[in-house]
Design a protein around this ligand. Structure first.
Ligand code: SF4
Length: 328
């Protein structure tokens, strides 16, 4: 059953309806994650990555946020149709999330042990003593001495706090873990350690993972599947091999062009010109056309649809439609 999808997102549309207009944060995304697999969701700030994660957990603040349409099939059932009471049981138990900033994710007035134990009690029928025993085990699993369970968050460094957050997220053996830029708030020196730890634990526990990041290097180290997101859409989707070795969408090409490489000698990096469009005023046609070096008049008129250019490798670009195979 290793190839079975644990989660499948179909045509998800999530908007924020504000007095100043409609912010089209997520615009019809499709993706699936198999059991035990890890997917990297990559894109610039404002691409809609976090809104996608919050939609899965049904945590989009409403108002102003609204899931307009789509399906999120988890274990064969649509999460968008579940009563809120059932969603509460799923969150933190079967699906959990590691947020960007450990400073805000932890409660400063509770010991770290109590914060882990609380989650364990919420989702399992256990005594206080058993939940505290589990908290100690979880701390040890993330490389913190068990006796530190009675300490408060301020007694830990940034990297250690993020380990505590990871321990909380994994305490109930979730089937699906969403890690939203889990190392952004940490020192560069410990980012690699924390990522490696998440990856090891994910594999050891057989958890599926969606890793949200703007860093392709992090994806290369950690994920098997990659989805590149731009202006609320997934513009390229495939295996690590597809995205890194058969890069096809002009935006993905631009992302690779703007990072330094040890193999190539270049005098200047080539950033993608322009900025991510305002999601409350998206360009007509392909949202990437004002920044795309291959854009033609057609790109401003017609919205591209998903094209499977090789098995499992999907690109949303007109250059690949109507049998064009990437050539105009
Ligand atoms: Fe560029 Fe046109 Fe493809 Fe959009 S559809 S990515 S503008 S070539």
């Amino acid at each position: 059953m290793a190839n079975e999808n644990l989660i499948e997102i179909k045509n998800l549309v999530t908007h924020y309806i504000t007095d100043d207009g409609v912010v089209e944060a997520v615009n019809g995304i499709n993706l699936s994650i198999k059991k035990g697999e890890s997917l990297g969701l990559v894109g610039e700030t404002g691409a809609g990555k976090t809104t996608t994660a919050l939609s899965i957990l049904r945590l989009v603040p409403d108002p102003p946020g609204k899931i307009i349409s789509g399906e999120i099939i988890y274990n064969g059932e649509d999460l968008l149709k579940k009563p809120i009471k059932e969603m509460r049981k799923i969150r933190g138990g079967q699906i959990s999330m590691i947020f960007q900033d450990p400073m805000t994710a932890l409660n400063p007035i509770l010991t770290v042990g109590e914060q882990i134990a609380e989650v364990v009690r919420q989702h399992n029928d256990v005594t206080r003593a058993e939940s505290h025993q589990r908290a100690v085990e979880m701390l040890e699993m993330v490389g913190i001495q068990g006796e530190r369970a009675h300490e408060y968050p301020h007694q830990f460094s940034g990297g250690m706090k993020q380990r505590v957050v990871i321990a909380i997220a994994l305490a109930c053996n979730p089937h699906f873990l969403i890690a939203d830029e889990p190392t952004t708030a940490l020192d560069v020196t410990i980012q690699a350690q924390v990522l490696e730890m998440i990856s090891e634990l994910q594999k050891k526990l057989g958890t599926s993972m969606m890793l949200i990041t703007h860093d392709l290097g992090v994806v290369a180290e950690t994920c098997e599947q990659v989805a590149v997101m731009y202006a609320g859409e997934i513009v390229e989707y495939g295996t690590l091999e597809h995205i890194f070795n058969h890069t096809s969408h002009p935006y993905t090409e631009g992302l690779f062009g703007s990072i330094p490489s040890l193999d190539k000698s270049v005098t200047r990096l080539k950033p993608i010109k322009g900025l991510m469009p305002d999601p409350s005023n998206l360009p007509s046609g392909c949202s990437f056309h004002p920044r795309c070096e291959y854009a033609t008049d057609l790109c401003a008129e017609r919205c591209p649809v998903d094209t499977e250019i090789e098995p499992g490798h999907i690109v949303r670009c007109l250059k690949f439609e109507d049998g064009r195979h990437g050539e105009w």
